[in-house]
Design a protein around this ligand. Structure first.
Ligand code: MF3
Ligand code: CO
Length: 257
């Protein structure tokens, strides 16, 4: 079932989205060589709970941490640990925030220190692929329009698209209908309606698109061990387009948080 959110619900989701953005900003301050990924997890946990919210991922289907941190060949769902960030690492941070019963979901990928042009382009183009997908969103468009745009952008830039994981609806559950694949055919799939809230989240690889699940039953990595990047926003569909709920907020707004 695909839920259409009321104005009141969208207001609440804006709040959850803002806190997600601010959590990412807080984590970003600490991304440097030598930091342990479990320290970043703790920073996220403290920040979210201090703001009277809850990390959506903690205990979700038994997930043991507040955020996902996936490094280099890890695509998504990396579990924070004693591992320390090092120069050249490609670090994907995925944050879920539940506030007043509504969730928000957003991911970003950072490069720690120096990296090759190829890796810099992987990260830049994965973010641009997200926006290429988002630009297709408006009432009356189809889910397949989003995936087709992401896939085309990725392939044009020599990147492959992970197909085993997809974006999703968001609301009172972190994962709701519909699925939002990062591939597909335009003009196909569910018709978008104003008030639908979607998490769009391309995971793009420098090498092959194939991935495997680690023995920890969470971490997903590329088969060929080449790096992967991940960007995600939670957005609400509107009549003429979309509104990003997890996007940047103004400085004035930050003062009041
Ligand atoms: N943002 C992730 C996703 O949509 C959620 C992580 S699931 C968790 O797939 F279990 F790791 F929390
Ligand atoms: Co998601």
């Amino acid at each position: 079932m695909i839920s259409i959110k009321s104005e009141r619900e969208i207001d609440l989701m804006r709040e959850a989205g803002k806190l997600n953005y601010l959590t990412h900003e807080e984590i970003k301050k600490h991304i440097k060589v030598g930091v342990k990924t479990k320290d970043l997890d703790k920073i996220a946990y403290e920040f979210i709970t201090h703001h009277h919210a809850r990390p959506s991922f903690l205990n979700y289907e038994g997930y043991p941490a507040s955020i996902c941190i996936s490094i280099n060949d890890e695509v998504v769902h990396g579990i924070p640990s004693n591992r320390r960030l090092k120069d050249g690492d490609v670090v994907s941070i995925d944050v879920g925030v539940e506030l007043h019963g509504y969730h928000s979901d957003a991911a970003r990928t950072y490069i720690v220190g120096h990296a090759s042009k190829e890796v810099l382009d992987l990260v830049k183009n994965t973010e641009l692929a997200l926006y290429a997908g988002l630009q297709k969103i408006h009432e009356g468009a189809k889910i397949g329009d989003i995936g087709a745009a992401i896939e085309e952008f990725a392939h044009t830039h020599g990147l492959s698209v992970v197909e085993e994981l997809v974006g999703h609806g968001v609301g009172t559950n972190i994962h709701e209908d519909p699925d939002v694949p990062n591939y597909g055919k335009k003009g196909t799939g569910v018709t978008l309606r104003a008030g639908m809230v979607l998490a769009v989240e391309p995971m793009l690889n420098l090498g092959s698109r194939y991935v495997y699940l680690h023995d920890d039953d969470w971490t997903i990595s590329t088969d060929d061990e080449k790096p992967s990047a991940h960007f995600e926003h939670t957005v609400v569909v509107t009549k003429n387009g979309y509104e990003i709920l997890t996007g940047e907020i103004s400085n004035e707004e930050k003062q009041t948080k």
